[in-house]
Design a protein around this ligand. Structure first.
Ligand SMILES: *Cc1c(COP(=O)(O)O)cnc(C)c1O
Length: 507
């Protein structure tokens, strides 16, 4: 959304019978209108306004007569004269306004984004200037701020949601169908089946392959617990393999040793937005006739030697949890595959195993994506590449600011890999992670740890009888890795600020 004041011309449908002017709320006003009020019979010698808003968006329209609005910040000043030909004036939050020169017949309509809220007002110019300077100087950088996607898409999301609410079609309707087609096209894979979440996406693939009790599936020791949990949930045993020290992904050279006669598949994770080293993994899988499932929940849009997730494996699974590179406003997930018979089986399994309504040929489950989430995802998918590109540019700021620091190791990007930076994790050496975290707390910089307890040390997996140093890399990374803020909605200034704070700790 353009955050400068803006005059939107009226669309004019005037005829001999009279004038008709229109401003589209969705495209031209941009924010969600929750309140309408108007000023009239204004004493022409008086001015109005003399305040600013912290969050409120407004649209001013001169319904009759004319008046002048001056908008100010510490750097900018705009003057607009509004009348029936001038168009509508969109005013973002954070501008001091004075309304003057009202004609006697002036009627000023205001469309506002929120209900009346006294604490949103700044009524003293000095307070306003103080508030502005705090706003424009970066003093803190959140790890993530979900509101920002609503600020960008606001009205478009509301309109997409409204369309579903009023359609009467809430499950397995046209938006789901459209998303599955669009996402399959985006991934350049034949089939996409949407499901309820990323965990069930993995489970459904394993189930469709007939993997269950007595079977083993190889899983990276450093991943979100979901990858291993999906294996356990179908009754099979997750067999862990350590990850590579510099890419954080499953180490292909360790797979062979973990294979037994019961091994059926490799469920690898493309961790933090970077794809695992697929060619050697495919080689081992071929030699031992193992299926490959790619857990791509953190890697929407990532590439490996020009290939997408799902191109080399037998299937890839995604999550659309709100934090992911492509996130819904609730839960969601998907499976992509070039295997038509696998796709068909999953299409039944996710919907009670029914090939035909009320005819259940297999023991299925309920794992469907809601129409409303599909509608949001259809809106967001065309923006994914732009957001991933922004993440790449922000990651570059960390690389250029931090590359010479001796106390940390930055993530390594092997030749041919194009990560999408779901997470920007650095290794903090010599036990300095805790003090660095304290420093970031004091500096207003958010962070996260992915993951503080590796899978083999989780209480839920004591029965696997692993020892902490069975997977030395995963173990040491649980002590060393620190995820810095990096999201498509961070500004370059914020990431520079965060990177400088990391630097200042070591200097
Ligand atoms: C988020 C995530 C999942 C699980 O996705 P949900 O939609 O939360 O079930 C699975 N694997 C990995 C690697 C993830 O990051």
């Amino acid at each position: 959304m353009n955050k400068k004041p803006q005059l939107v011309p009226f669309q004019d449908y005037s005829t001999e019978e009279g004038r008709l002017n229109v401003v589209e709320v969705s495209k031209e006003i941009g924010f969600v209108v929750n309140r309408v009020y108007w000023l009239h019979k204004i004493n022409a010698s008086k001015s109005r306004g003399a305040h600013a808003h912290k969050e409120l968006w407004q649209c001013f329209i001169a319904m009759a007569g004319s008046f002048t609005i001056t908008l100010k910040t510490e750097k900018e000043s705009y003057t607009f004269k509004l009348d029936q030909k001038s168009g509508a004036l969109i005013v973002p939050p954070g501008y001091w306004r004075d309304l003057t020169q009202f004609s006697e017949d002036a009627v000023c309509a205001v469309l506002a984004s929120h209900e009346y809220n006294e604490s949103d007002y700044l009524r003293n110019y000095e307070d306003f200037m103080k508030w502005r300077s705090q706003k424009s100087d970066i003093t803190k950088v959140p790890y993530l701020d979900f509101k920002r996607s609503y600020e960008e898409l606001g009205n478009l999301l509301v309109i997409a949601g409204q369309k579903i609410l009023s359609s009467g079609h809430y499950i397995m309707g046209p938006e789901v169908e459209k998303f599955e087609k669009n996402f399959a096209d985006y991934c350049e894979i034949k089939h996409c089946l949407s499901v309820s979440n990323g965990l069930e996406a993995i489970e459904l693939v394993l189930k469709a392959w007939g993997i269950g009790p007595g079977d083993e599936v190889i899983v990276a020791a450093n991943s979100f617990v979901a990858t291993a949990l999906a294996v356990s949930n179908v009754g099979a045993k997750p067999v862990l393999v350590d990850n590579n020290e510099s890419t954080f992904n499953l180490d292909p050279s360790l797979i062979e040793k973990a294979i037994t006669k019961n091994t059926k598949a490799i469920a690898l994770t493309h961790l933090y937005g970077q794809m695992a080293d697929m060619y050697p993994i495919v080689e081992v899988a071929k030699a031992h006739k193992l299926k490959i499932l790619e857990d791509a929940a953190q890697a929407h849009g990532a590439k490996y030697n020009g290939l997408n997730c799902g191109a080399l494996g037998d299937a890839a699974t995604f999550s659309f949890y709100p934090t992911k590179n492509l996130g819904a406003y609730g839960d969601g997930g998907a499976i992509i595959t070039n295997d038509s018979s696998l796709a068909e089986t999953i299409s039944y399994l996710r919907n009670y195993g029914a090939k035909k309504k009320y005819h259940h040929d297999m023991l299925g489950t309920n794992s469907r994506l809601d129409e409303i989430q599909a509608a949001f995802l259809n809106l967001k998918l065309p923006l994914l590449d732009k957001w991933n590109q922004k993440r790449k540019e922000l990651a570059q700021i960390y690389f250029s600011t931090l590359e010479d620091l001796p106390g940390i190791v930055l993530p390594q990007i092997p030749h041919g890999s194009e990560p999408v930076w779901h997470v920007f994790a650095i290794r903090v050496l010599d036990g300095k992670r805790e003090p660095l975290m304290k420093h970031l707390d004091n500096s207003g910089v958010g962070y996260n740890i992915h993951y503080p307890v590796p899978i083999h040390e989780q209480l839920c997996y004591v029965d696997l009888n692993y020892k902490a140093n069975d997977f030395p890399v995963a173990h040491s990374q649980s002590k060393e890795l620190l995820s810095l803020p990096l999201d498509a909605y961070h500004s370059e200034e914020e990431i520079k600020f965060a990177a400088q704070k990391v630097r200042s700790f070591f200097n």
